[in-house]
Design a protein around this ligand. Structure first.
Ligand SMILES: Nc1ncnc2c1ncn2[C@@H]1O[C@H](COP(=O)(O)OP(=O)(O)OP(=O)(O)O)[C@@H](O)[C@H]1O
Length: 378
């Protein structure tokens, strides 16, 4: 039997006047999952989070938490808590009082001893034991974020909602906090829903990524699935770097389609939706799936225009006549130097079936996938 989802959206639409922020979303998130809502600015992710938190009401449909319809339930009565980008800590209170604030409002009242003990537990959870009497301004940005987390966890919510919680931190601290958040979620085992527009953050932290665009869910899956098997051109382009090459379907060979690129080269590509001969397509080729070799050895030939050395890898911008500039990422093998220099001709190879062909939305009107009921099976 499948467990009751921690969070469920049933045909949820949210309109603000003439703006439809969220459009007919069905979604089920199982218990103990770390889910990222990922998408460009304005796609509706924060609105979804705020509807779970009770700060917004759906215009249509239902939001359920642990099987209970939340219509009419105010935020403070929902078994969820939210951590915001601006931590919204009380500057005049010390760390412990910030964390204990919610507990002091609890009815029936908790004893002073219980409050101190629970605040202490929450502080230990975020590795700030002993910091209870510090003032907020005596803490670093990362420590303040951890206080905000402790405050959100102290009343033991069933679900923690995180709205771009790491956006204010610098890159190094952000990476550290990403790992801490992941560990914390595993330790306490409650569902975390993270809103982010940073695809690396979504891929690296969560068990499931829910990619949104234009108020709809375009794909829900494990990070590797989203990256390797993007549902459509939008996901292929938005998640990770990719090269998009235009072409026309020339024919089928089994599971693959032959695509004629703009320079006349024919390549075999996998398809995600049915395609017909003559369809205009965009072919996605990940930079790391390209291999570089001596001219004459690959499927395409180009000239290296730029090389960026990144330590363990090097990125090459390669101009291919009739197609444009392709980005290739190659492992850097210590001691072997960088093989290709700007101005050099180079052959580009890739395994058959690594390219993915998507209908080009500009030219075919029929490729948009209908919104589907998406459910993570626990
Ligand atoms: N209170 C509001 N009144 C009117 N329109 C709103 C309101 N809140 C959000 N919107 C609109 O709804 C759409 C979705 O907004 P939302 O904040 O959910 O997007 P988002 O994906 O979280 O974007 P961002 O990453 O920029 O925060 C946007 O077009 C936004 O302008």
């Amino acid at each position: 039997m499948t467990a009751v989802p921690d969070i469920e959206f049933r045909a949820v639409t949210k309109r603000y006047g003439a703006v439809t922020a969220v459009s007919g979303i069905d979604l089920a998130i199982p218990p103990s999952a770390f889910v990222a809502l990922l998408g460009p600015s304005g796609c509706g992710k924060t609105t979804c989070l705020r509807m779970i938190g009770g700060f917004e009401q759906p215009s249509e449909g239902q939001v359920l938490i642990r099987g209970r319809d939340m219509a009419g339930t105010p935020p403070y009565r929902r078994p969820v808590n939210m951590v915001f980008q601006q931590y919204a800590l009380f500057p005049h209170l010390d760390v412990e009082d910030n964390i204990a604030y919610g507990l002091r409002q609890a009815r029936p009242r908790l004893s002073a001893r219980e409050i101190t003990s629970r605040a202490g537990e929450a502080l230990a959870m975020v590795r700030l034991a002993g910091y209870g009497r510090r003032k907020i301004h005596e803490l670093s940005g990362g420590q303040q974020q951890r206080v905000a987390l402790a405050r959100a966890l102290v009343n033991k919510p069933a679900v923690l909602l995180l709205d771009e919680p790491l956006a204010a931190l610098d890159k190094k601290l952000r990476t550290d906090m990403q790992i801490e958040l992941q560990n914390l979620q595993r330790e306490i085992g409650i569902t975390f829903v993270l809103v982010t527009h940073d695809q690396e953050e979504a891929l690296s932290m969560s068990d499931f990524v829910c990619v949104m665009n234009g108020g709809r869910i375009v794909q829900l899956g494990q990070p590797s699935e989203i990256y390797d098997e993007p549902a459509d051109l939008f996901v292929a382009d938005f998640v990770g770097k990719t090269n998009l090459l235009s072409g026309k379907v020339a024919g089928h060979s089994g599971e693959l389609v032959d695509v004629t690129l703009a320079n006349g080269t024919v390549i075999a590509a996998r398809k995600r939706v049915p395609l017909s001969r003559g369809d205009t397509v965009s072919v996605s080729l990940r930079p790391e799936s390209l291999s570089l070799g001596a001219p004459g050895s690959g499927r395409l030939t180009g000239i290296v225009r730029n090389r960026i050395f990144l330590g363990s890898t090097a990125e090459y911008a390669i101009e291919v006549q009739g197609i444009g500039t392709l980005l290739a990422k190659a492992d850097h093998l210590i001691g072997q130097g960088n093989l290709f220099k700007p101005g050099e001709p180079v052959a580009i190879g890739f395994a058959a079936g690594t390219p993915l062909a998507f209908p080009d939305p500009k030219n075919n009107g029929t490729n948009q996938r209908e919104n589907q009921h998406v459910e993570i099976l626990s």
